[in-house]
Design a protein. Structure first.
Length: 254
């Protein structure tokens, strides 16, 4: 039985990540479909010193409107530890070791932790605290017939991609108004540029919840997000969001 833990993680949201430690990570939206045995994750050290990294994969659920993580054995990273010389790349294979899910998708987090090198002077911030980079990426294992990301080796109609099924409501907790979003679909929702308005145009929004990335709502789960302080939802407006960075704006019904 998995022991689900609440862990503070910082997620990566752009298609490439180039962090302060000069490590470039791509692609950051990782999916293993039912007919695939694994996926490729590339790490590139653009700095002048070797970088040591540990790669872990945790099961990911959302309970009581929070992300929870647990050890698992359905997918592994190979190699789990690596040292990348300056100006070099390292391939990490994400390998599925169990059968695909029977329906929908299973969610995981890829955690890449920088391991301090005793031979290299520590990088510190203005407060004198040592900076140790952590990279966090999503990983989804898809059931047969489920897909969310395009593939170069498979031709298919983008309109046939699996989609989340979202609804929203406002709730009040401890005097604060929260936006609760429920995902009744079989795949996750990645919410960005979330706003209320009479048109699907953020420049004409009447209330903006997030200008950039807001968060994930996993399949069959609900998450809550605070509204801007002192703001109320305008009467007659519609809630809109992006589900992909370059995709169309979609409306969410109450």
């Amino acid at each position: 039985m998995k022991k689900w833990l609440l862990i503070a993680l910082f997620t990566l949201q752009s298609s490439l990540l180039h962090a302060a430690s000069s490590v470039l990570v791509w692609p950051i939206f990782q999916v293993i479909e039912a007919d695939q045995h694994g996926s490729a994750l590339w790490l590139e050290n653009r700095g002048s010193q070797p970088v040591r990294l540990q790669v872990r994969i945790l099961a990911w659920q959302q309970q009581t409107y929070r992300d929870r993580y647990a050890d698992q054995g359905e997918v592994v990273a190979s190699p789990p530890f690596t040292t990348i010389p300056p100006q070099q790349r390292q391939l990490v294979r994400l390998i599925r070791t169990a059968a695909p899910p029977e329906q929908g998708e299973q969610a995981y987090r890829i955690i890449l932790d920088e391991i301090p090198n005793a031979d290299v002077p520590a990088v510190k911030n203005s407060a004198g605290l040592r900076l140790q980079m952590r990279y966090v990426l999503p990983l989804f294992l898809d059931a047969k017939g489920v897909w969310t990301q395009p593939r170069s080796d498979v031709r298919r109609d983008p309109a046939s991609a699996s989609q989340p099924q979202l609804s929203w409501q406002l709730v009040t907790e401890q005097g604060k108004t929260l936006l609760r979003i429920r995902n009744a679909g079989k795949v996750h929702a990645r919410l960005s540029e979330v706003f209320w308005g009479r048109e699907a145009d953020v420049s004409k929004a009447s209330l903006i919840v997030a200008k950039g990335f807001l968060g994930y709502v996993l399949a069959g789960q609900s998450m809550q997000f605070p509204l801007p302080a002192g703001k109320t939802v305008p009467i007659g407006s519609t809630l809109f969001t992006h589900l992909t960075d370059n995709g169309p704006v979609v409306a969410i019904s109450p």
